[in-house]
Design a binder for this molecule. Sequence first.
Ligand code: G6P
Length: 487
Amino acid sequence: MVAERSAQVLVASNRGPVAYRPAEDDPARLTARRGGGGLVSGLSAIGPETGAVWVCSALSSPDREAASRAGRRLDSADTGGQAVRMLDIPADVHDGAYNGVANSVLWFVHHLLYRTPVEPSFDAEFARQWAAYEAYNAAFADALAEEAAEGAAVLVQDYHLSLVPALLRERRPDLRIGHFSHTPWAPPDYYRMLPDDVAADVLRGVLGADRAGFLTARWARAFADCCADVLGAEVTTGEDGHVHVVHEGRTTRLGVHPLGADGDFLRERSRRHDVAERRQQLRAQIGGGDRRIVVRVDRTELSKNIVRGLYAFRRLLTDHPEWQGRVVHLAFAYPSRQDLAVYQEYTAEVAEVAEEINADFGTPAWTPVVLHVEDDFARSLAAYRMADVALVNPIRDGMNLVAKEVPVVSDEGCALVLSREAGAYAELAEDALTVNPYDIAETARALHEALSMPKGERAERSKRLADAATALPPADWFLEQLEGLRG
Ligand code: G6P
């Protein structure tokens, strides 16, 4: 029997550290796999002995089944010793909150993604989704209030759960609450696109936290600007050097924690057998022993700007025909958010543009773009090791860990073409070739420059990039946030 109010440290996120699926040999048996992302490796550093509890959402029917079989907390054997409480939120509520408000509205606002004169339209459907978002956030706040020991530290993650800090504070004023945004934050002129009450509720929700964390100072500033603009909150710099937002008599301190790559894990993982196998397969696809390699790895995500990246590669081949036959673009995309039509369409567009380039430039002996739309981490690592150039050109990105991972595992050093709109720009700009992600001609020029960089310079820059990329590994990033709540 799990005691109520026993956890000293809690984490809350939509996607948790474990995901279930039916076993292949026996569909009645559920098997667990580790969930992805830096947060998972970050939290594993805390260890089960601290009594930390991770509250997350069941994301599939097998997850729901596993959660209901387990009772209040999932079996720690499945979760690597981590205590997990998986919330069984009704599917329609989760859909409205996750696909509706979180991914179709808040994600779009923070990434400045709306494209047509009719988007967004805040209609009756949105009202239903917003009610679902409130219910979903309330379910998290209830579970956290039930699990947290007196004075416990609660770390709430991301835009799915922006209302949780305020809701939890109402339920449990004794707790120390942090919120962390893994996305950018929209500037006020764009943020005000949200209906007034929604715009204010999201900000008030996050301000329920004692500390609100961001990946860069730029996103923290945008959040403070929105608080001043929408709520009339007072923004000051405290004696501790942190930005303070004062609203309705409470102060929320803003923190900047630039999540880094997990160097030890990546180096070890990239030397395993499956990565060597993928490398051989890729070599066969690339052909011609000394061909150069430009790699990109993303989720199939609008903000990643994959289509413009492909146009820039095309422009490189046109402006510098000397590269024809001598360079291959490995473009890997992990399917993401395919419940949303706009993501399906974007994924199809990426495939079409890649095919067009191959049709226009390819020869029997050379395929210019090798596109894989599949989730295959071993293949990505193989490509990272081999690449001469990494292309990271999002139109806006909270951090972008690919930019940090490639130099860490690269065999001989890799040049980085990096968007100035990625959070990683703040730490990596000096040794990257930086671009305006909307400017296809400039991106093509940067690709040419990167491919032409002398090997020695490339290796030196790559080494410095790797050092900057691993400055704050996930475990330290997590502990920093926890420390921040104590101070
Ligand atoms: C990216 C973002 C995170 C977000 C996650 C959700 O990693 O940087 O801010 O939480 O996507 O992805 P999902 O697949 O769960 O929609």
